[in-house]
Design a protein around this ligand. Structure first.
Ligand code: ZN
Ligand code: ZN
Length: 732
């Protein structure tokens, strides 16, 4: 239908896979036939006047007839089937459909023995009494029905198919392969775990988990094998445990089916019970022991009957093993939830959330062991919201692309696995059994090259500056993307409105000063300004000259970073508002390494006390140093701005981010500032042609900012980890 009225669409090539219209038309065509079948079943039982509960279930062309059988009268069932198929054929012909019998299968009731005289030609008969396991059941929409052996074999074969992707994945860039593994391959058993009882899946799913973990290790260059350093069993099991936590809990998001298998079938059946299907309501009474086993397993997966989520009864009743078979618990639970929350209850998701949280708590509680180091404890305790981008980021963005080695180093660091091998010689061995190398550089005295990269900054003097540069480049790019023009190493003379000449600046703000002498010089600058601003007179000129003569001349404190002996900020990001004197952000950033030997004890104590990472020693120290360095300059600049000598309003931030991705308040403010700049450029631009609303764009930009920061950090870390123990700093 359209403006032209009704139009006939001729189908020349038939429906294609994925065509919704085709499926709809098919369903429309066969609906009558399925209804006729139901009528036939209703009146063909042993008593034609009583419906015996036989029914039709169909999903498109997958049609399932469930027929009540009587053990004492096998022939009656076979007659009924023969009639039913005749009826189907007749109606199908009328519709122009070809009903192919060769796909039709009949699963006999439990313990019925073929032969089956009187059945139509071509109908394949399956029964649990047959010797061949393959013939002990049937597959209904991807779900095995039949003997336990049949179901187990089905599940194993199905999951085994997935493993064949190993060689294909290994051809890919490891970042790409890992993403596919986490998002697609490891998600494959989702359906099977829901529709098959854990008694038939648990074992196969556990093996599947083992395989997924070994895939991941292979993408990361291997452990032990492939000439990489060995990791002790405790280390490997901790790394795996961490990888199997969801990203929001600090894991890599690799699924743990062993964990899920315990409740997936239970929650799936519970959700179906809530749907109030009359056929299921009759059938579920027969689940018997299966339902009880699943109930017990589901309770255990949540943490036993004493877990608050069980005692509160919001997910599962604590004392009702018949909840799946007879109780109305889930019907009411789903209804109440939908009424209160206006959204349907997703039971499996809720279970997953609880079990994942339990697993995360378990990992943190096991913090003692031969393998467990302070660096690892700190890694587990620092909760960074941005590092999960390593595993979840959309790889079509340029900033997310890491080189092969960068990615491998990053993930090994993330999972606390041994770092990549550098030397061909026999490595040393730690107490726990892990292999480790020692630095060969002459000034390092065989220091240990640990996975956390703690030696890197000591190994190469200029490494800190190179790491900071990578971050700075990314910050610049962010601001340019937001529509602004960043000013790298902005001139201090301009910041102070050109009131001071170069020599005066070098005398007043040479850098490398203690807090006290920096304050002293700021005091001189202030006095000088006061004198300058008085009415021109001889006294004024004399006073100015006298203050200038007091300016200190020592410049020894200048660091290599200070151009011309004057301190400078790293970046200036100028906004657009207010138009007469726009705000300008001057910033000086830093990356701190919280696991380094000099901090780790204090950081760990800080984190174990439950305090946030960004208030710990390395952050405080970095902020303090910067405040000392720039304090005087800031005071003078602020005064000049207040008195209207500058054409802009400067403000100052010292954003600090740590190796593990924790940010201080100034870093968050910086991101907000860049995002604000982006909003301003959106305001002045016209609507986009693709119709994406501006509010959505702002949200996407925020994700971009955090992602870009995360990957800048990963590159910086990879640089450090890759360089330690080598003679030169080398980009991986
Ligand atoms: Zn170890
Ligand atoms: Zn070294």
């Amino acid at each position: 239908m359209g403006r032209a009225g009704t139009r006939l669409l001729r189908s020349r090539e038939g429906a294609r896979i994925g065509c919704k219209l085709g499926s709809f038309a098919f369903a429309l065509t066969v609906q009558d036939m399925y209804l006729t079948m139901q009528e036939f079943l209703d009146c063909s039982g042993s008593d034609p006047n009583i419906q015996d509960g036989s029914f039709v279930k169909a999903a498109m062309d997958d049609c399932l007839l469930v027929i009540r059988a009587d053990k004492s009268d096998e022939k009656a069932l076979y007659d009924r089937i023969a009639w039913g198929i005749k009826l189907l054929n007749k109606h199908a012909k009328r519709l122009g459909l070809n009903f192919a019998n060769d796909k039709a299968q009949l699963l006999l009731p439990q313990d019925w023995v073929p032969p089956t005289a009187g059945l139509p030609e071509g109908l394949v008969v399956r029964s649990n009494t047959l010797l061949n396991v393959e013939q002990q059941g049937i597959e209904v929409v991807g779900c095995p029905v039949g003997s336990i052996d049949f179901r187990q074999t089905f599940v194993q074969r199905n999951l085994g198919d997935v493993l064949r992707s190993r060689d294909d994945l290994k051809q890919l860039h490891p970042q790409c392969a890992t993403r596919l593994l986490l998002q697609c391959v490891s998600a494959c058993p989702a359906y099977i775990a829901q529709v098959v009882h854990p008694s038939a899946t648990k074992e196969a799913l556990t093996t599947f988990d083992d395989n997924m973990w070994s895939f991941l290790l292979e993408f990361l260059g291997g452990i032990g094998g492939d000439n990489q350093l060995k990791c002790c069993p405790e280390g490997l099991s901790r790394a795996r445990f961490r990888a199997q936590l969801p990203c929001r809990l600090g894991g890599a998001g690799l699924r743990s089916w062993e964990r899920t298998a315990d409740f997936a079938w239970f929650t799936s059946v519970a959700s179906c019970v809530a749907e109030s299907d009359p056929n299921l309501d009759v059938g579920r009474a027969h689940f018997g022991a299966l339902a009880h086993i699943a109930y017990e397993a589901a309770i255990d997966s949540l943490g036993g009957t004493s877990h608050p989520k069980v005692t509160s009864g919001e997910l599962i009743p604590g004392d009702d093993p018949d909840v799946l078979t007879v109780s109305n618990f889930y019907k009411e639970l789903f209804m109440d939830y939908a009424r209160v929350n206006k959204t349907p209850l997703r039971l499996q998701k809720e279970f997953s959330a609880v079990t994942a949280q339990n697993a995360a708590d378990e990992l943190l509680s096991k913090s003692e062991g031969a393998h467990v180091s302070d660096s690892e404890r700190i890694t587990l305790l620092s909760k960074s919201p941005i590092m999960s981008h390593l595993f979840t980021a959309d790889l079509s963005n340029i900033e997310t692309r890491l080189s092969k080695t960068e990615f491998i180093i990053s993930v090994r660091h993330f999972l606390c696995l041994p770092s990549l091998r550098i030397y061909p010689d026999e490595p040393d061995r730690l107490m726990c059994g892990c292999e480790v190398e020692s630095c060969d550089n002459s000034h390092c005295e065989r220091a240990t090259l640990d996975w956390a990269g703690n030696h890197a900054l000591l190994c190469h003097k200029g490494l800190g500056a190179q790491k900071a540069l990578l971050l700075e480049l990314e910050l610049e790019r962010m601001f340019r993307k937001a529509g602004g023009s960043p000013d790298r190493q902005p001139s201090t003379r301009n910041l102070l409105g050109k009131v001071f000449d170069r020599e005066e600046l070098a005398a007043l703000f040479p850098g490398g000063l203690s807090q006290a002498s920096s304050n002293l010089r700021a005091g001189f600058a202030m006095e000088y300004l006061t004198a300058l601003h008085t009415r021109p007179s001889r006294e004024r000129d004399e006073k100015v000259a006298r203050i200038k003569s007091l300016f200190p001349t020592t410049r020894s404190g200048a660091t290599p970073k200070d151009i011309g002996g004057v301190i400078r900020f790293d970046l200036c990001l100028t906004g657009t508002q207010p138009t007469d004197a726009p705000r300008a952000l001057y910033l000086d950033h830093a990356i701190v390494h919280e696991t380094s030997d000099s901090y780790q004890v204090r950081v760990l104590r800080h984190l174990q006390a439950g305090r946030t990472a960004c208030l710990s020693v390395p952050f405080k120290k970095a902020e303090g140093e910067k405040k000392g360095r720039f304090g005087g300059l800031i005071k003078v600049a602020e005064r000049l701005a207040r008195e209207g000598f500058l054409g802009f309003s400067p403000f100052f931030l010292f954003p600090v981010v740590s190796t593990l991705g924790c940010m201080n308040v100034d870093m968050t403010k910086l991101l907000n500032w860049i995002q604000e700049r982006y909003k301003q450029s959106l305001l002045s631009s016209s609507e986009r042609l693709d119709g994406v609303p501006k509010s959505v764009l702002v949200g996407k930009f925020r994700v971009y900012l955090e992602r870009a920061l995360c990957f800048a950090l990963l590159r910086a870390n990879a640089l450090a980890l890759h360089s330690q123990g080598r003679p030169d700093v080398l980009r991986p």
